[in-house]
Design a protein around this ligand. Structure first.
Ligand SMILES: Nc1ncnc2c1ncn2[C@@H]1O[C@H](COP(=O)(O)OP(=O)(O)OP(=O)(O)O)[C@@H](O)[C@H]1O
Length: 687
């Protein structure tokens, strides 16, 4: 795939995308999370790029949403879908679902939506989704105590590329290796020729090291899993609660994660914990052991009656002997007991094993001194021994855990991806459930309808854009083939009906279910929705609007045109003429159109063909409020609100006049007669 051929992807973005492992796969799958890991690409931009790639794949010319109101409708329904996501990923991913005129794209999303509708938006699943986020790369891991060594310049570059976590050193010979071994705990030689060379220290000859990076730097997979531990745990929880299928062994992954500390070290190993504590506590424990010995000795001396003959005392003093010789002569047993107590204390406090205890015992000499002091050399030796054992143990545990986890890396990625995709599906399922949506039927081919033009048929549709709760919305039926004028009472729901038609058509072309009990429509190329113009346009704006309609009139086949009260753009007489002209052109081009207008009658007279006029009727006035049948009556010019009111006045005045006649002894009262006559005159004007 030529990345630059994707609409909206320039040279710089293409370069950023080529940093991904498999940019084509990510683009094809609309995997916004992966695309957003490319340098400098935000999630919003990733969604736009993914949309471009999808358009490219389906040869989608774009431009389905041909007017700003059409784009607004898309943003609003998309907003309703996004409101039902838990993760940012799902919200960004929904941005890749856009209305397309291409059958292949619509069918692709419909397949996804069909599965989505099977999902159960269980609140426990939604709660579990809360912690799921796209996985992060492990970031920069540097391991300082290990290095790679080679004599070959080419291998050197390869090694730097393959294992950036370790220093790579060039050596001339075995002597060079020996020098490195003095500076690093472990040296890994990459050249076969070093096999059999004996060098002090931990020098391993591993010509295959670059192919098995997880063994050479177990820190790499461990850092990845440590960094993503909470995200993975959340994804595991989602799989369990939602009972999702997966190839991943959830228990094994969970067990691996539980053995990992946040910093990528291994947790929960008693022996490693023992060694770590022993190294940390060594100084304090040695000090405490000294005190034990000295306390013991002090106590013993205090309680002991030391009897010494004068001649002996004299000889000791003459020899300048100190108290040590006195101790060894007179208190040898007590001294031995005190030193033993110190050794036991040190061994117990650090929980040392037999080999370590052997070294620890040497920290207190058998030579009597007072006060008793540790032998610093022996303590250092013990520290070295414990530290080396600790590092050996930690290294082995890391390698074992890394080997367990490294194999699960791909599964773990799939696991998180599936959980995030579930959020997208659940948002669609919740939207469909809350707005009582169904997948619409598409008429892909005009031949299927035996030559009759098909626009759309909506049964039991409820506009998702109305602010009222669903139970307060009257479901609407409406069907249009070709071009229709929609008349109706004020506030009868004409604009809301256009919004409903637009929402249904936009959602259907996104491949999603629509808010209706049943809907059938043709595949449209584009949607031109013109909202009601606020006030009369000045000459310039009027001119540009007419020009827009000139374009529309020329290319209307495959278009759905929805126009709300265009008459307000100029004075009524001129408006009717212009609208009639537009309708004629659209009808000739086989476009589908609905024009809402209060001038339906006038337009019909101006048009040179039989314009269909549908009407949203008021069925009456109840306590001063219009009672409306929200579903338009086909081929019926609805009476206007003023007409209804005059009709109501005429009926009431007629009833009143009859009443007055009866109470006037059968003679009609003059003023009671005049009023009904006036209303009748007005009513005649409406005929
Ligand atoms: N299907 C419906 N069910 C319930 N209420 C509706 C429905 N359609 C519209 N309404 C209510 O009627 C109000 C008026 O609707 P709308 O603005 O669509 O009427 P209109 O016929 O376009 O009015 P106007 O002729 O004044 O432009 C809406 O705000 C909404 O509250």
């Amino acid at each position: 795939m030529d990345l630059e051929s994707i609409p909206g992807v320039g040279e710089k973005t293409a370069r950023a995308l080529s940093d991904l492992d498999d940019p084509e796969q990510a683009l094809r799958a609309g995997d916004v999370a992966t695309i957003a890991t490319a340098p400098g690409i935000s999630q919003g931009r990733a969604a736009r790029i993914a949309r471009g790639a999808i358009r490219d794949e389906h040869d989608d010319p774009g431009g389905f949403l041909a007017t700003s109101r059409a784009r607004e409708i898309y943003r609003e329904v998309l907003g309703l879908l996004k409101d039902r996501t838990v993760t940012n990923y799902a919200a960004a991913r929904l941005e890749t679902i856009y209305p397309s005129p291409c059958r292949s794209r619509i069918e692709e999303v419909r397949e996804f939506a069909c599965d989505a509708l099977e999902r159960d938006p269980d609140p426990d699943v939604l709660e579990a989704l809360d912690g799921v986020e796209p996985l992060r790369e492990s970031g920069d891991v540097r391991v300082r105590e290990r290095c790679l060594a080679t004599m070959d310049a080419e291998r050197y570059s390869e090694a730097r590329e393959a294992i950036p976590e370790l220093s790579v050193e060039v050596v001339e010979d075995a002597q060079g290796l020996a020098e490195l071994a003095r500076g690093y705990s472990t040296v890994i030689a990459l050249d076969e020729s070093f096999t059999g060379v004996t060098i002090d220290g931990d020098v391993q000859v591993r010509p295959d090291a670059l192919e098995t990076p997880a063994e050479v730097v177990p820190e790499r997979p461990l850092a990845f899993f440590a960094r993503n531990r909470n995200r993975l745990r959340a994804a595991i929880a989602v799989h369990r609660v939602a009972d999702l299928e997966t190839d991943c062994d959830l228990d094994a992954l969970e067990d691996g994660l539980s053995r990992l500390e946040d910093d990528g070290t291994v947790a929960g190993d008693e022996e490693l914990d023992r060694l770590t504590t022993a190294v940390d506590d060594l100084d304090v424990a040695a000090g405490a052991a000294e005190s034990v010995a000295n306390d013991h000795l002090r106590e013993a001396i205090r309680e002991e009656d030391v009897t010494i003959e004068g001649a002996d005392l004299l000889s000791l003093v003459e020899r300048g002997a100190g108290v040590d010789s006195l101790l060894s002569r007179e208190l040898a047993d007590e001294y031995a007991a005190a030193v033993e107590a110190a050794r036991e204390h040190l061994i117990d406090a650090l929980d040392l094993d037999t080999g370590e205890a052997e070294i620890a015992r040497r920290a207190f000499s058998d030579e009597p001194t007072f006060p008793v002091e540790r032998d610093e050399d022996a303590v250092s030796r013990l520290r070295e021994e414990l530290t080396a054992a600790k590092e050996r143990r930690a290294g082995r545990l890391k390698r074992d855990l890394a080997a367990d986890l490294a194999d699960q890396r791909a599964d773990a990625r799939d696991l998180v991806h599936a959980a995030l995709e579930l959020d997208v599906e659940l948002a669609i399922a919740r939207f469909a459930d809350e707005f009582e949506c169904e997948l619409p039927t598409f008429v892909w081919d005009a031949a299927e309808t035996a030559g009759t033009a098909t626009g759309f048929t909506i049964e039991g549709g409820c506009s998702p854009l109305l602010p009222e709760p669903l139970e307060e919305i009257d479901p609407v039926d409406y069907e249009v083939s070709g071009v229709a004028l929609l008349s109706g009472v004020n506030s009868g729901g004409k604009t809301s009906l256009l919004d409903l038609v637009a929402s249904v058509v936009v959602l259907a072309h996104m491949g999603l279910p629509v808010p209706a009990e049943d809907a059938e429509l043709r595949r449209f190329d584009d949607l031109h929705y013109h909202a009601k113009t606020q006030g009369t346009l000045d000459a310039g704006a009027f001119e540009s609007t007419v020009r827009e309609f000139a374009d529309l009139a020329q290319g209307g086949e495959g278009s759905l045109v929805l126009v709300d009260e265009l008459e307000s753009i100029t004075e009524p007489g001129a408006s009717a003429k212009i609208i009639a002209g537009i309708l004629e052109a659209l009808a000739e081009n086989d476009a589908t159109a609905v024009f809402v207008s209060h001038l339906a009658d006038e337009i019909r007279e101006m048009a040179n063909y039989e314009v269909t006029v549908d009407g949203i009727e008021a069925v009456g006035l109840v306590e001063g409020e219009l009672e409306v049948n929200r579903s338009p009556v086909k081929d019926h010019l609805a009476r206007s609100t003023p007409e209804l009111i005059v009709e109501k006045l005429a009926t009431e005045a007629g009833t009143d006049a009859g009443e007055a006649t009866r109470t006037n002894g059968g003679e009609p009262a003059a003023d009671a007669q005049a009023e009904p006559l006036f209303y009748d005159r007005l009513l005649e004007k409406f005929d």
